[in-house]
Design a binder for this molecule. Structure first.
Ligand SMILES: [Zn+2]
Length: 120
């Protein structure tokens, strides 16, 4: 096994792959959990290391590393306007599939009723 310098705490440690030592990894996992929870509760919060660190009371450096590692990418895709629009369209589409006949009939009925009412 090779010796690596932890990119978080700069301590030398033995590793075959990751460049973050076990102690930092453990801490980062906790920070990640907290940050993810925060982002989930604050959908409009921007993915910014310093504001996020302040919000959850963690070290800004830990958050910078998590962001640099792309840990939040999967969780924040929904915050991306383009992606959010896509998901809205998708859920609207799925909804229309679910009760397409129902809503279409309701629309027709409304128009029909209004027409009849107008004629009366
Ligand atoms: Zn470390």
């Amino acid at each position: 096994m090779e010796m690596h310098t932890c990119q978080v705490c700069n301590k030398l440690f033995a590793s075959s792959g990751p460049r973050i030592c076990a102690a930092c990894m453990k801490r980062l996992d906790k920070v990640y959990e907290r940050a993810r929870e925060y982002l989930r509760d604050h959908a409009d919060a921007e993915l910014n290391a310093s504001s996020l660190a302040e919000a959850i009371g963690e070290d800004v450096r830990d958050l910078e590393i998590l962001i640099a590692e792309g840990r939040f990418e999967r969780d924040t895709t929904a915050a991306d306007p383009e992606e959010r629009r896509r998901q809205q369209l998708l859920s609207a589409f799925q909804k229309s599939l679910g009760d397409s006949s129902g809503s279409a009939a309701a629309d027709r009925r409304t128009t029909y009723g209004r027409d009849r009412h107008g004629r009366d």
